[in-house]
Write a protein that binds this ligand. Structure first.
Ligand code: WT7
Length: 620
C-alpha cells in the first residue's frame, strides 16, 4: 500500500502538472487492496474530453490532431484540434438530445476511422461510459459484450474495406441484435460504403432503430459544455480475455486513467511538440484507447491514424506511411515487426525513414533478434528502442527502458512509485537475479478498479492470489542489474499477434460442435505471430474426422469470436492427458506442440501412456 508521503507528493505533483481540473482533489489516495476499493484524487472534478481538446484551443486550435490514412493511400483527412472539438460537440449534443445521460453505456463497434475517436470523446464529454468492441469481433462476441455492458446506444459503420476484403459490419450488428434480447435502443451508422464503389452494398435498415451518422449530428451545435466528472467516475469499460470462458469488463475511471495516459505518453516517448506520432494499433484494444486517443490528445500531439492493413497493397505500406507523414515516433507490435522482417531488406529499401527518432513495441515479448533488426534495419541506428510492458488492467505503461539503458529484450527496470516485483510460487518476493511471477506492489492511479458487475471475480483474479500484490499473470526474469525481461503469460491466456484470447473461450466454441466430446486449446510458439492457437479435439465415439469437420470448426470460431482467434492447428486425437480428478493437463499439450521432449511430472495422470501416443498422433 502507499506507505509514505513521498508517493502522495509524487502523484500530487503529476496530477497538477498533467491534468486540468475543474476543482482540486482533497485526498490523493484512499482505499485498500483487501476490499479492492481504490480511490485516487477523491473530491477532484475534471472532464477527459476537456483535457484532450478544449484546453489546447486557446493557442493550438489549428494544430492537427489526426492525419487519417484510410485503406487506400489516397484516402486521407486531416483533423485539427478545432475540428475535433466541433465534431465531438455535435455528436455529444446528438447523444444528449437522444436521452443518453451521465453513466449510460454506449457501445462503439467501428473500424479505425475518425468517427471512432469522435465517439469515444463525445461519450467522455457528457459522462457516458464507452465500451469499444474491436471491429474484428464476430456478431456473437458483439452481442455478449452488449449484453454484459447493458449499452443503450451502438455506434457502427455500414461496411468497410480491410485490405482487399469487404467487411459487412452492419450485417454483423443485425445478426447480433435482431431476434436477441439486448439493451440497444438506437444504432447510429457511419457511412463508410461511400468509399467502396466496386461493390454491391446490401445494407439492411431498421427504420425506427437505425440512424445515419450524418443525420444524427446534422443541425447540432458545435459547442457542448463538458460534464464535470468525479475523479472516480468510470470513463470506460473494455472487455478483455482471461482464463475463464467469459470476457472480463475492465473498468477504468476518469482521473487516474487520464493522468497516467497523459504522463506516460509524455515520459516514455519523450514527446515534444515537434513530433509526429504513429501508433499502429486499433482502438478496439487498450493500446488504442491509451496511446491513440487519451494519451496523445491530452498532450496536444499530432498523430497518424491508419485504418488499412500493414501488408496492403504490399509489405511497404507502413514504411510508406512513416515517410509520407514524416513520423518521428512509431509504436507497434512485435508481430508487425516480424512480418516486415520476414519480407527481407528489399522491403526496407523503398523508404528512407529518416524522420524516425524513437521506436516503441508493445503486446508481446520483443525477442532480441527482432529488437536488433528494429534498431539497425528499420531505425537505421538513429532511434532509441522502447519495449513497453503493460496490460488492459494497468491502463498505461508500467515498465519501459529509458533511452540511456538500451538492452535488447528488456522492458527496463521497476520504479519506486510503481514497484514491479517478482514472486516465487509461495508468494514471497524474489530479490536480485531470478525468475518469477510479475506482480505490482503498490496501487497506481490508472489501475483497473473492478470488473464490471463482478467485483468478487476482480478480487479473486488480481488481488487475492497473493495478498498485498496485484497479480499480472505474466512471468519475468530479472538480471543482476535489475533489468526485467518478460517471458510470457503463465495462465491459459493466449497472445496471438498481440491479441489476447482465452483458451476457455475457444474451447467453449469448439465443444458446441455435435461431433466433439472434449477439447483443449493451448498456445504454440509461432515465428511471426509470437504465439498461435493449437486445438486438441476428441470426437464422440463413432464419429470420423473429415475436411468438412475442420472447416466447420473454423467457421464456428469465425462466427463466435472472430477470425483472429482461428486455430493454426486442429489435432483430432483419441484422448487427452488427464489427472485423476479429471482435469486436462494443458501443460503437457503445450510442451508437445512446442516440441519439448521432457514433460516434467506426469505421475498424476490417469493415462500417462497418452503422452507418447499424442506425440505420434500430432506428428502425422
Ligand atoms: C499482456 C496484456 C498492453 C497493451 C497490449 C496488450 C503481454 C504486453 C508486453 C511486452 C512482453 C507483453 C503480457 C500482458 N505484453 N506488453 N512489452 N513484452 N509481453 O494488452 O491485451 O491486456 O495483454 O500482453 O503477457 O499480460 P492486453
Amino acid at each position: 500500500m502507499l506507505a509514505n508521503n513521498t508517493d502522495t507528493k509524487f502523484w500530487d505533483k503529476q496530477a497538477t502538472n498533467f491534468i486540468s481540473w475543474f476543482s482540486k482533489w482533497h485526498t490523493t489516495y484512499s482505499g485498500s487492496w483487501d476490499t479492492g476499493d481504490t480511490k485516487w484524487f477523491a473530491g477532484g472534478k475534471l472532464n477527459a474530453s476537456y483535457n484532450c481538446i478544449d484546453r489546447h484551443l486557446l493557442d493550438k486550435s489549428d494544430r492537427i490532431a489526426f492525419m487519417w490514412e484510410g485503406n487506400e493511400a489516397n484516402q486521407n483527412i486531416n483533423i485539427s484540434y478545432q475540428q475535433l472539438h466541433d465534431e465531438v460537440c455535435k455528436l455529444a449534443n446528438a447523444m444528449k438530445n437522444m436521452g443518453i445521460k451521465k453513466h449510460d453505456k454506449v457501445c462503439i463497434y467501428l473500424p479505425m476511422i475518425p468517427e471512432a475517436i469522435f465517439s469515444m470523446l463525445a461519450c467522455s464529454r457528457i459522462g457516458a461510459i464507452h465500451t469499444v468492441v474491436f471491429a474484428g469481433f464476430s456478431h456473437n462476441a458483439l452481442l455478449d459484450r452488449i449484453q454484459a455492458s447493458e449499452a443503450k446506444l451502438l455506434i457502427t459503420a455500414d461496411a468497410y474495406m480491410r485490405g482487399d476484403k469487404y467487411i459487412a459490419l452492419k450485417n454483423n450488428v443485425d445478426l447480433a441484435l435482431n431476434n436477441h434480447h439486448n439493451s440497444i435502443a438506437k444504432v447510429v451508422v457511419v457511412d463508410q460504403s461511400k468509399y467502396i464503389t466496386n461493390h454491391n452494398h446490401n445494407i439492411n435498415w431498421i427504420t425506427d432503430r437505425d440512424i445515419p451518422y450524418e443525420d444524427f449530428i446534422s443541425n447540432q451545435a458545435v459547442t457542448c459544455q463538458p460534464e464535470p466528472m468525479d475523479a472516480e467516475d468510470p470513463l470506460f469499460i473494455l472487455y478483455t480475455s482471461g482464463s475463464t470462458g467469459k470476457p472480463k469488463g475492465v473498468v477504468h475511471t476518469t482521473a487516474g486513467y487520464l493522468l497516467q495516459s497523459c504522463m506516460s505518453f509524455n515520459n516514455v516517448f519523450n514527446y515534444t511538440s515537434s513530433d509526429i506520432y504513429f501508433c499502429a494499433a486499433d482502438i478496439g484494444w487498450i493500446t488504442g484507447h491509451t496511446y491513440i486517443v487519451y494519451g496523445p490528445l491530452a498532450n496536444a500531439a499530432t498523430s497518424v491514424i491508419f485504418s488499412g492493413m500493414p501488408m496492403y497493397p504490399d509489405e511497404t505500406r507502413i514504411l510508406q506511411i512513416i515517410d509520407k507523414y514524416r513520423v518521428s515516433i512509431f509504436y507497434t507490435s512485435p508481430t508487425a515487426l516480424r512480418m516486415l522482417m520476414s519480407k527481407g531488406d528489399q522491403a526496407l529499401s523503398s523508404s528512407s525513414r529518416h524522420s524516425l527518432r524513437l521506436l516503441g513495441s508493445v503486446g508481446e515479448p520483443l525477442n532480441p533478434d527482432v529488437w536488433r533488426w528494429y534498431q539497425h534495419k528499420l531505425g537505421k541506428d538513429n532511434c532509441k528502442i522502447v519495449d513497453t510492458w503493460w496490460q488492459t488492467e494497468t491502463g498505461s505503461i508500467m515498465l519501459h527502458p529509458t533511452t540511456d539503458n538500451q538492452l535488447p529484450g528488456s522492458v527496463g527496470k521497476s520504479t519506486d512509485y510503481m514497484p514491479v516485483v517478482l514472486l516465487d510460487d509461495d508468494g514471497n518476493e524474489i530479490s536480485g537475479t531470478g525468475t518469477g511471477m510479475l506482480a505490482i506492489a503498490k496501487p497506481w492511479p490508472s489501475q483497473v478498479r473492478t470488473l464490471y458487475n463482478n467485483h468478487q471475480f476482480f478480487m479473486e483474479t488480481y488481488l487475492q492470489c497473493y495478498p498485498g500484490y496485484f497479480f499480472s499473470g505474466d512471468k519475468a526474469h530479472r538480471d543482476k542489474n535489475d533489468n526485467l525481461f518478460i517471458i510470457g503469460r503463465m495462465d491459459d491466456v493466449i497472445n496471438v499477434s498481440g491479441h489476447r484470447v482465452g483458451s476457455a473461450e475457444i474451447e467453449n466454441v469448439l465443444i458446441e460442435h455435435p461431433k466433439i466430446a472434449e477439447t483443449a486449446v493451448v498456445a504454440t510458439s509461432h515465428n511471426i505471430k509470437g504465439e498461435c492457437i493449437s486445438a486438441f479435439v476428441k470426437l464422440i465415439d463413432g464419429c470420423k474426422a473429415n475436411s468438412e469437420l475442420y472447416s466447420k470448426l473454423e467457421q464456428l470460431i469465425n462466427e463466435k469470436i472472430g477470425a483472429f482467434a482461428r486455430p493454426e492447428n486442429i489435432f483430432i486425437v483419441t484422448d487427452l492427458p488427464k489427472t485423476r480428478s479429471g482435469k486436462i493437463m494443458r501443460r503437457i499439450l503445450r510442451d508437445l506442440v512446442n516440441n519439448k521432449t521432457e514433460f516434467g511430472d506426469t505421475s498424476t495422470l490417469t493415462n500417462p501412456e497418452i503422452v507418447n501416443d499424442l506425440r505420434s498422433q500430432i506428428s502425422r
